[in-house]
Ligand binder design. Structure first.
Ligand SMILES: Cc1ncc(C[n+]2csc(CCOP(=O)(O)OP(=O)(O)O)c2C)c(N)n1
Ligand SMILES: [Mg+2]
Length: 631
């Protein structure tokens, strides 16, 4: 058997560069490159190896470790999980900065490979700079914090462990049911040590992602349930898009007349103009989807993890006999809401169920009702887009302007604040592959927007990418704007200034609070910085100037007309990111439509407003359903 003598880091870099994936006969490289920030924990090991093999695995220097994992997540999602980035960090703070990124990737079921440096396996110089000493356990390092947020964790304490660990990492990264963040912690001494690896370990390898077919019996039972339904509804989740099952979904909807609501990750699975499309469902859903959900008797969830936003905290489905059919590649999700578990690839599952229904259609009255509700909702979107709010515009008008500026294949990216809920409802989706809408709402992590959008653009250079970012999100993680400038990544960042956490201010007021602490404190605020819906002082910050200082082209818009002009200019900009800065009316929100989100209210104490909110909360909770009946 031929072998090669390499450092552990060199062997790992060569292994990563040789990995490929294949699905439906289409094959591609798995790792687009390695993002990183060097420190003593990785510069001599992985840093040396990446320099030596820069032609095999491109290196992309980032500005913040959390953000670089977001870049990797954005990339993986846009690539339908058929591509990924590795992320290398130093030991200590560089490593723990990646923990939040890891959780985001795992919650959203996105493959990212994390390669944090670790303290010396040989322990010679311990405690090394940035080492956390655990008096009770000699094996602990800060990297153990990756264990709960990763789908696979390993620490390479001996060079020869690399072969086994690298293969295990790839198995998890390329498994659609298990994928998420994978962490291989690399002690800084081990990275530089010699390992004799078999040539086969370094050879090109293809991981075929076979589509998992549904069990025929499961499809028969699912079809029987759907045939017996009077008011069937389908809820499309991210799995529909990842499995490239949007065409199968259209065919299913066309053949059955069953209306379709969409989760955040599944938004765009069916273009807004499709007659069966109800748009967003759940706490941030449309009245069209939420009214039909309330009455549905059989709900087919495809590729959804049934988050609280989708089920309106288990209040969305009110028919006492409602049953669920879950088509999902992951057993964890297929079993939720006591549904009939159809463990399968979304495309194969949809095709099999359509075939089993053999031309059987939902009641015409139900299908027509869905189309009518959808048309009424479209009118409401038109109204909100063009409401002419003043003197500052409403956020909905900003969304309308960006939607108009985006072409069919362009992508909108967002993650936290009031924008995700507004986008979920209002964004008109058009891309037939469902890749035009990218709101990270599994972890809803402030700061994801700019790095996530960068990952999207790296995965889809032929699409225009709009990042919608609130002032709060921007302030958390603006640094990757500098990376986008340096790397010439073309993004259109729409920076929406409303002087603080408008979403949480509104949430606070809805639970009887006064928006305490949700408006950035200004000199006038004194000790009690409230946000009670009245006049407020603008914060003395200039985020446009901040973006400019990072090297971005910046356009300032003071009205909807100026915004539209700025977006037209931004569309033509080449060579790097453009930031379009616009201020909106903090209190001109998009309403919630016949839905609910469970946020507990203080049971004792507080003032009249809190007591009233508690009473309302207790009443709303009575609409919660356990969803435990067997299918
Ligand atoms: C990292 C992180 N910290 C805290 C939160 C809780 N949170 C959700 S939205 C929000 C405020 C977002 O502010 P901004 O980006 O300005 O958007 P706005 O609410 O004003 O629309 C906060 C603090 C979060 N989602 N992520
Ligand atoms: Mg804000």
């Amino acid at each position: 058997m031929s072998t090669e003598r390499l450092t552990v880091a060199q062997a790992l870099v060569r292994f990563l560069a040789a990995q490929h994936v294949e699905r439906d006969g289409r094959r591609r490289r798995f790792f687009a490159g390695c993002l990183g920030i060097f420190g003593h924990g990785n510069v001599a090991g992985l840093g040396q190896a990446l320099q030596q093999h820069h032609d095999l695995l491109p290196y992309l220097p980032a500005r913040n470790e959390q953000a670089m994992v977001h870049v990797a997540s954005g990339y993986a999602r846009q690539a339908n999980r058929l591509g990924a980035y590795a992320c290398t960090s130093s030991v200590g703070p560089g490593a723990t900065n990646m923990v939040t990124g890891a959780a985001l990737a795992t919650v959203n079921r996105l493959p990212v490979l994390l390669l944090p440096g670790d303290t010396f396996a040989g322990r010679g110089p311990h405690p090394v700079l940035q080492q956390l000493e655990a008096p009770q356990d000699g094996t602990v390092s800060v990297n153990d914090a990756f264990r709960p947020v990763c789908r696979y964790f390993d620490r390479i304490t001996r060079p020869e462990q690399l072969v086994d660990a690298a293969l295990a990492a790839m198995r998890v990264l390329t498994d659609p049911a298990e994928t998420g963040a994978v962490c291989l912690a690399l002690p800084e001494d081990v990275q530089t040590e010699v390992v004799e690896v078999p040539a086969a370990f370094l050879a090109e390898r293809t991981w075929t992602i076979f589509r998992r077919p549904p069990a025929p019996e499961a499809i028969e039972r699912a079809a029987a349930l759907v045939r017996g339904a009077r008011r069937p509804l389908l809820v499309a989740g991210g799995g529909v898009i990842y499995a490239e099952a949007t065409a199968a979904l259209r065919e299913f909807a066309d053949a059955t007349g069953i209306p379709v609501g969409e989760t955040q990750a599944g938004r765009g699975a069916l273009p807004s103009a499709h007659p069966a499309a109800l748009g967003a469902i759940g706490a941030t859903g449309t009245p069209a989807a939420n009214r039909l959900a309330r009455e549905a008797d059989v709900v087919i969830g495809v590729g959804t993890r049934w988050s609280d936003f989708t089920t309106a905290s288990r209040s969305a489905f009110q028919d006492p006999g409602v049953r669920f059919v879950n088509v999902n590649v992951a057993g964890l999700d297929a079993a939720k809401l006591a549904g009939l578990a159809v463990e399968a690839d979304a495309r194969l599952g949809l095709d099999a169920l359509r075939a089993a229904l053999a031309g059987r259609r939902a009641d015409a009255a139900w299908t027509e009702r869905a189309a009518g509700e959808a048309a009424a909702w479209d009118e409401e979107v038109r109204r909100l887009y063009g409401q002419g709010h003043g003197p500052l515009p409403a956020q909905a008008e900003v969304i309308g302007a960006v939607n108009d500026a985006a072409d069919e294949r362009d992508v909108v990216v967002c993650a936290a604040g009031s924008m995700p809920g507004d986008l979920h409802k209002l964004w008109r989706t058009r891309d037939p592959d469902g890749k035009g809408y990218h709101v990270e709402y599994g972890y809803s992590c402030m700061g994801y927007e700019i790095p996530g959008a960068m990952g999207v653009k790296l995965a889809a250079p032929d699409r225009r990418v709009f990042a919608m970012v609130g002032d709060g999100s921007y302030l958390m993680l603006p640094g990757e704007l500098a990376t986008a400038v340096a790397e010439g990544v073309e993004l259109i960042v729409v920076l929406v200034q409303n002087h603080g956490y408008a979403s949480i201010g509104a949430l606070s007021r809805s639970v009887g609070g006064a928006g305490y602490g949700t408006h950035y404190r200004t000199a006038e605020d004194g000790a009690l910085p409230v946000d009670d819906g009245g006049a407020y002082a603008a914060t003395p910050v200039d985020l446009a100037a901040n973006a400019e200082s990072l090297g971005a082209r910046v356009l300032r818009a003071a009205s909807v007309a100026e915004l539209r002009a700025a977006l037209a200019e931004a569309r033509e900009h080449r060579g790097g990111p453009v930031v379009v800065h616009v201020e909106v009316d903090r209190y001109a929100g998009v309403p919630s439509y016949e839905s609910w989100w469970d946020v507990p209210v203080a049971a004792v104490g507080g003032d009249d407003a809190v007591r009233a909110a508690r009473a309302e909360y207790e009443a709303a909770r009575r609409n919660q359903r356990p969803y435990v009946e067997a299918p």
